[in-house]
Design a protein around this ligand. Structure first.
Ligand code: GLN
Ligand code: ZN
Length: 781
């Protein structure tokens, strides 16, 4: 029995704001087009909040969470709340707070957001306006936040009352309110110093009083709790940052409103005892990512403090094994009684809204899943069961959960004997090409006879309105498969003709037939399902709909060979086959939680390996396996990097190593901090790697040079995120810079990334200049 008769409580760290039917997305875009006035947008926001709070209350949570709503991004909300909007946009007097907010988020409309070179599974293929503030990934999720900018002059003030209005709104609806804030240390950590040498931590003394004022206000409003998120406690923090916590929270705790310090995504490790002793009223921890720490936390956290255990996975879409969860929770409840709260591991922002709208999803697989609203119900059942309330509803819910878990475990659809056997029998050298790079390079040079500074592109060509319309008509059943295929073949022929005219050396088919680089493959592989409305916010109004990997992965038949062979038949130049790599497919999907990610990656790798072999048999001599997501898959803690990089690079090599020496394997990665993983990138052993470098003015290449990157490399010479057409001289300058760092014989000439979001006119002019730049370099060398 529990040590106090206070009931166990439940809450969520945050709830999806985009809406069951992406109402927020459509309202935002209408507002940006000038079709919905600000007041209308505000009304949509109010309505969504009210609905989401009602769902939380009806599901039996003890508080609704207020402060997780944002018209673009929760970090951007804090920039306004704390009064540190960068002055450089030249805001005009009288400009509304909302229009300043969107100016920060979207800028002048000339540039795409900095963080997103690729456009995987986004809900439209439209070029997007500029993120005036830089955007970057939120920890290890696919959500992007707007990066606060700090200078030595940055001042803070309580500058926006939106949060307090939302609290009042929830209270007026009769809800018990827990407000949520991003904590001061995480806010500073996630921002960027714009002045060289500025120590962001030095701004803490200016920032804390404003947090104090925010808390004062919330207290005066009568909120029950303030959840204050410090996810950076799950990172490897420098000592000064760690030691700043104690004093900061001592100050904030003086306000006298109960604080629930929330961490998520990562184990606390060396920060565990710090987190337990901070002067706050409660601690929330991620019981899914760090279940092994629960016992020590339950022991070390002083008994008068609340422990909120994130037991339901906020990052994945599987039903919780409620029996297992109860077994974990029971001893903690024993120790902490009413000081135990139940929660999801993190905000539900990272999972789709509800299964209710999934009418086409396979019934059996659907029974294994839980999206945001289903996770609320799971929390309620856990709370009831843990307190011994075995009413009929609880008993039924437990039974249903048990049946679903057992069904999933035993389902023949999850396990494919042949896949298991193949992995068990995989030779140790299945991840090795036949010969070392030098030998392959010699053979490939004889085979392809490419000029120095060979030119190519990254794969996709403009996804024109006509292409998208044809695909939409095909999906609606208005265009039959034969006609759709004929249209796509024409698009491919058109792309080939244009590339020949431009004089490119290695051609691509252009990816006209692909909606998205992961979905295209997932739809053809066994072990994947797709939802209808399983949207997850990526940034602003943009959402992604990740595939669900539910079972062993295998490839029933060739996926790209017909299209590629068709393209090759139209030209005498080498046609580069185009595949998505195993880590990228894994990283951009919801993955199984019943086997290690490494194993799923290997299964995907084997499917791609078979595709490589089939392309090769069809006469395709150059094959690119895109891996833009390798860097973003890195664990948050450095101590775990090696293990990940070992299996991730091995999966890539397994996918590539069926190729004969004379087959040239390319890979492509978008902009990322490569420098700290160069040995592992080299260990992928692709014959050619293309990377995004133009926006760093080739600086990114220096690391490859210093490291003496052994294989061939194509540093992007033009930025595909902007419609701006670079001139020949500009690209020549970048190539000269590259030649000073990398042996010229190993250099390729290509754009930064795929061209799917661009128009044909700009693309052709830019590529013509690019080919001319390559020719000029050939003459110089
Ligand atoms: N081949 C893909 C394309 O060109 C690669 C995109 C990416 O790396 N994100 O679109
Ligand atoms: Zn790219």
């Amino acid at each position: 029995m529990t040590t106090s008769n206070k009931p166990i409580q439940s809450h969520v760290p945050g709830f999806p704001r985009i809406g069951a039917a992406r109402e927020l997305k459509f309202a935002l875009e209408a507002n940006w087009r000038g079709e919905l006035p600000d007041a209308g947008l505000e009304a949509v926001g109010r309505d969504l909040r009210a609905r989401h709070w009602a769902l939380q209350q009806q599901a039996g949570l003890d508080f609704v969470t207020v402060g997780d709503f944002a018209f673009y991004d929760q970090v951007a909300n804090h920039i306004q709340l704390l009064g540190c909007e960068p002055a450089r946009y030249g805001f005009t007097a009288g400009q509304s707070q909302l229009s300043r907010y969107f100016a920060m988020a979207r800028g002048d409309g000339n540039h795409e957001p900095a963080a997103c070179g690729h456009d995987h599974a986004h809900d439209d293929g439209q070029p997007h306006a500029s993120a005036a503030l830089e955007m970057t990934k939120w920890f290890d999720t696919n959500y992007h936040y707007l990066v606060p900018e700090f200078t030595a002059e940055t001042a803070f003030s309580l500058a926006c009352k939106r949060l307090f209005d939302e609290v009042a709104e929830a209270q007026a609806l009769g809800h018990a309110v827990k407000a949520v804030l991003l904590g001061p240390l995480s806010f500073l950590w996630l921002g960027k110093a714009k002045d060289a040498g500025l120590d962001r931590l030095g701004l803490l003394d200016r920032l804390l009083p404003v947090y104090g004022q925010v808390l004062d206000r919330l207290k005066a409003q009568g909120v029950q709790w303030v959840q204050i998120d410090e996810p950076i406690l799950g990172l490897d923090l420098p000592a000064p940052w760690r030691s700043a916590f104690e004093n900061s929270y001592w100050q904030l705790n003086q306000v006298g409103v109960p604080l629930l310090l929330a961490t998520y995504f990562s184990p606390l490790e060396e920060n565990l005892s710090l987190a337990c002793r901070l002067p706050v009223a409660g601690l929330h921890v991620d019981g899914v990512r760090a279940p092994h720490e629960l016992t020590s936390i339950a022991d070390w956290l002083p008994v008068h403090k609340v422990l909120s255990v994130g037991i339901v996975d906020g990052r994945n879409i599987w039903r919780t094994d409620l029996d297992a969860a109860l077994a974990t929770l029971a001893p903690i409840a024993e120790k902490r009684g009413g000081k135990l709260w139940l929660s999801t591991s993190c905000s539900l922002l990272h999972v789709p809204f509800s299964l209710a709208s999934e009418t086409a999803l396979d019934q059996e697989i659907k029974s294994w899943l839980a999206f945001a609203t289903e996770k609320l119900d799971e929390l309620y059942v856990l709370k009831q069961a843990l307190q011994g309330h075995h009413d009929a509803a609880t008993v039924n819910a437990l039974d249903a959960s048990r049946a679903a878990i057992a069904g999933r475990r035993a389902s023949p659809r999850v396990h494919q004997q042949a896949v298991r056997e193949r992995i068990a029998a995989l030779p140790a050298d299945a991840d090795q090409r036949r010969s070392p790079f030098a030998q392959r390079q010699a053979e490939q040079r004889t085979r392809f006879k490419l000029p120095d500074f060979p030119t190519t592109t990254i794969g996709s060509f403009p996804q024109t309105a006509a292409i998208r319309a044809a695909r939409a008509a095909f999906k609606r059943g208005e265009l039959n498969a034969g006609d759709y295929e004929a249209r796509m073949r024409e698009e491919i022929a058109d792309a080939v003709r244009r590339q020949e005219d431009l004089g490119l050396d290695v051609l691509v088919h252009g990816e006209a037939e692909r909606n998205d680089m992961v979905e295209y493959f997932g739809e053809q592989l066994d072990g994947f399902v797709f939802t209808q409305l399983g949207w997850v916010q990526s940034y602003g109004s943009r959402c992604v709909k990740p595939p669900v990997i539910y079972g062993d992965v295998s490839r029933p038949k060739a996926m790209t060979v017909d299209w590629t062979a068709h393209a090759q038949s139209l030209t005498g130049k080498p046609m580069k086959g185009m595949l998505t790599g195993p880590i990228t497919i894994l990283q951009w999907s919801f993955v199984r939680d019943d086997q290690p990610r490494a194993r799923t990656a290997l299964q995907i790798a084997l499917a791609i390996r078979d595709e490589v072999a089939d392309l090769e048999r069809a006469g395709i001599g150059i094959i690119q396996i895109d891996e833009p997501a390798v860097r973003e898959g890195l664990p948050l803690r450095r101590g775990r990097w090696d293990e990940y990089l070992d299996w991730a690079t091995r999966a890539f090599r397994v996918s590539a190593s069926a190729a004969a020496d004379g087959t040239q394997i390319h890979t492509h990665m978008c902009y990322a901090e490569f420098n700290d993983i160069l040995p592992q990138i080299a260990a992928m052993d692709a014959d050619v790697i293309t990377i995004e470098t133009s926006r760093s003015d080739m600086e990114l290449l220096n690391g490859f040079g210093r490291f003496r990157y052994p294989n061939e490399i194509g540093p992007g010479v033009y930025d595909i995120h902007s419609p701006r057409v670079p001139g020949q001289a500009e690209m020549v300058r970048l190539l000269r810079k590259a030649s000073a760092v990398i042996p010229p014989a190993n250099l390729w000439v290509n754009p930064d990334c795929g061209l799917k979001t661009r128009g044909w006119a700009e693309t052709e002019t830019a590529l013509r200049n690019m080919v001319a730049a390559a020719r000029q370099l050939r003459e110089e060398h």
